[in-house]
Design a protein around this ligand. Structure first.
Ligand SMILES: [Zn+2]
Length: 228
């Protein structure tokens, strides 16, 4: 099998998503050079990120894996997951993140994973929900069940660009609702999204879950502290 995969690498060279160099052997998506330079989020920054939700909605724990910063080639990872039909990259990044978080006890007490749903319109256009794949990566490491039939996104929110912080929060109010309440009520949910920016969308989804008696923690692949 190794011979075949080596041969395939020669015929169809795979490239590092971040730097574009040719990947070899065991390397997947990202070359070793880029992997060791991943802009990982430090534990002390996670405490800062938690503050985004203070006074808005009570969130148990928040974790995010890498920084999403304007102009860095690492943003290509997120673009591949979301727009380039490579949600499998999301599975692998989430698996890496979950392995690290598990050793810190982050998942203790969490009953279910809920991927943030897309609106029907967006799902049809993209063909997949990237959050489903990120959820799969977390489930693979933790064995926690995924619940994807309880939260519904009622409408696509308009673009958040050019909106003030207050407008952004108002823009997403009431976009989520719960169905199959019995299945989800009183559980500790890990809510999944790809990028955390203002937190407005996640906070609104968390609100409807909390109204259903749930506790909510949050995981995203990336965190962006500039509201672009
Ligand atoms: Zn690279």
């Amino acid at each position: 099998m190794k011979f075949i995969s080596n041969l395939l690498d020669i015929i169809f060279p795979r490239h590092c998503i971040v730097c574009g160099e040719i990947l070899s052997g065991e390397e997947k998506d990202i070359c070793l050079n880029c992997l060791v330079r991943m802009p990982l989020i430090e534990t002390r920054t996670l405490a800062e990120i938690e503050k985004i939700f203070w006074g808005i909605v009570p969130i148990e724990r928040v974790a995010s894996y890498i920084y999403y910063r304007k102009g860095t080639p690492y943003n290509r990872l997120l673009h591949h997951i979301k727009y380039k039909e490579r949600p499998d990259v999301g599975v692998r990044l989430a698996t890496n993140a979950a392995t690290e978080l598990k050793s810190r006890g982050f998942f203790e007490g969490i009953d279910a994973i809920v991927p943030l749903p897309l609106s029907k319109k967006k799902l049809k256009k993209r063909g997949y929900n990237q959050c489903d794949y990120i959820a799969q990566g977390i489930a693979k490491v933790t064995g926690i069940e995924i619940i994807d039939d309880c939260v519904v996104r009622n409408k696509a929110n308009e673009t958040q660009t050019h909106k003030s912080r207050d407008e952004r929060w108002k823009n997403v109010e009431g976009i989520f609702s719960i169905i199959n309440n019995e299945k989800i009520k009183n559980k500790h949910i890990l809510l999944i999204d790809d990028v955390l920016t203002t937190g407005a969308t996640l906070a609104n989804c968390a609100k409807v879950l909390i109204e259903c008696g749930c506790k909510v923690s949050i995981f995203t692949i990336a965190y962006s502290n500039n509201t672009i």
